[in-house]
Design a protein around this ligand. Structure first.
Ligand code: GLN
Length: 204
């Protein structure tokens, strides 16, 4: 009997506001079924979710206005991975959705450094290999404070700018602008692992 075809990963990008289109293109390029998610139904049944950069207050308001908090939480509770970039990092922090035990500080790099690009080395436990990431920082936050369950995957000037707690991966910068694909690839690998866990749970 031929093997059952492997279903493509369905990865949603929260599309209420911000630079969601670049993420959709990148995910499609990596072979995912990439879907723009603006309403609760579009957040159901996703293997992974990206919360993009933009304006964190606007995105937070849209989440509340459009009833998206509950489906995001259901996705999180099901152990499915989330990647938050820049404003998306802020939206996931302890003071907002509370998906990680960390607090992001908005616009933390100050006036001179409002926007810059850097080659950023990630810790080996990030699992994306030794080559630095090309990171675009745009009025970026940093992690001001975090609990022991949070892994710091990268720092810039001593400040945590990429962290992971369980299935939530957050970065201060925009990987998609510089065409950096490895964080999205990592998200998809986490989604594949989550799917496998789900299948095992079903089959006992
Ligand atoms: N400074 C923005 C905020 O606080 C984030 C900027 C970005 O996502 N590029 O929401």
């Amino acid at each position: 009997m031929p093997a059952a075809p492997v279903e493509r990963l369905r990865v949603g990008v929260l599309a209420s506001q911000g630079d969601f289109a670049a993420h959709l293109d990148l995910l499609a390029g990596l072979g995912a079924e990439a879907v723009a998610a603006r309403v609760p139904a579009e957040l159901a049944g996703l293997d992974a979710l990206v919360i993009p950069g933009g304006e964190s207050t606007t995105i937070s308001k849209a989440i509340e206005r459009d009833g998206l908090e509950e489906p995001i939480r259901a996705h999180f509770d099901a152990g499915r991975p989330i990647l938050g970039t820049c404003a998306g990092m802020i939206v996931c922090d302890r003071d907002h959705l509370g998906l990680v035990d960390a607090v992001a500080r908005r616009n933390a790099f100050g006036r001179q450094l409002q926007s810059f690009e850097a080659d950023l080395e990630l810790e080996p436990e990030a699992g994306i290999g030794p080559d630095p990431i090309r990171a675009a920082f745009i009025r970026a936050p940093w992690i001001e404070e975090h609990g022991g369950a949070v892994e710091v995957l990268a720092r810039w000037e001593g400040r945590p700018v990429a962290i992971r707690q369980g299935n939530v991966l957050l970065c201060s910068f925009h990987p998609e602008i510089a065409g950096e694909q490895r964080l999205h690839a990592l998200l998809m690998a986490m989604a594949t692992a989550a799917r496998r866990r789900g299948a095992e749970a079903v089959s006992g």
